[in-house]
Design a binder for this molecule. Structure first.
Ligand SMILES: [Zn+2]
Length: 250
């Protein structure tokens, strides 16, 4: 879904000693970047709407009425409800001009985590112990759950050799889904979620620039350090307070 923006970036008409891009070339490239961003935003908005609707249906079908003594189940249920509400809030803002791809990715993440926590609340209510939330892929939090490093090697020698490869180290640096992990191990770029770099965060640049979402400086994006909220359980509260909007204007 997200590969194309990377190729567009590679085709950027950067000046070289042999060729200085004309204004027209630059304008055309900028239009391509914005077009790609808008297409991705439309697709993400649809995906977020689908996930929020699906989560709403699950909540309606699996409502819980918990006695006060079931505090762990109540906490899980409350968090799930807040995550669901926060996902809806992000989706409601989808048409706001400041809404970027990571805002919509966060809506997807929160809707899915809401369903996960709701299931956990049911397990707690039934006297069972749920596992933690699935760890999501850092490179693109819309992907499947992260995998730990590959199969344990059979002997120590192999293990040492495997650990020593730079690619293996790079793949282990962040939680990665199977596909991103394979890409990194093959020396390729994983299918990274892009974001539009705010113009003021990129002085000297003309026009829109797509960058990996985690490369947007923290003060410009609440999502860049938390995998679109997936790694921070305080995210529903942040969104419901409206603090995810607190960033310098573009
Ligand atoms: Zn991934």
């Amino acid at each position: 879904m997200f590969r194309r923006w990377w190729f567009l970036k590679a085709q950027s008409p950067a000046p070289t000693p042999e060729h200085h891009p004309s204004r027209r070339e630059v304008r055309e490239h900028q239009a391509l970047v914005l077009g790609e961003w808008e297409a991705l935003r439309d697709r993400l908005r649809d995906l977020a709407a689908e996930r929020v609707t699906a989560a709403g249906e699950v909540f309606r079908a699996a409502e819980l009425r918990l006695p006060t003594e079931e505090s762990a189940a109540r906490r899980a249920y409350q968090w799930a409800l807040e995550a669901y509400e926060a996902a809806g809030r992000l989706l409601d803002g989808a048409h706001h001009e400041d809404t970027d791809l990571p805002d919509l990715a966060a809506a997807v993440v929160l809707a899915e985590q809401a369903v996960e926590r709701l299931a956990a609340a049911h397990l707690l209510h039934a006297g069972q112990r749920p596992g933690p939330l699935a760890v999501r892929c850092y490179w693109n939090p819309l992907h499947g759950p992260a995998e730990s490093s590959a199969e344990p090697p059979k002997n120590r020698k192999t293990r040492q050799r495997t650990r020593n490869t730079a690619r293996e180290a790079a793949a282990d640096r962040r939680p990665a889904c199977r596909s991103c992990r394979s890409a990194i191990l093959a020396g390729q770029t994983p299918d990274v979620l892009p974001a539009l770099l705010p113009a003021k965060a990129a002085p000297g640049r003309k026009g829109p620039v797509l960058v990996p979402y985690f490369a947007v400086p923290r003060q410009w994006s609440p999502w860049s350090t938390t995998a679109c909220g997936a790694y921070d359980p305080a995210t529903p509260a942040l969104v419901l307070r409206g603090d995810h909007h607190r960033r310098p204007p573009r």
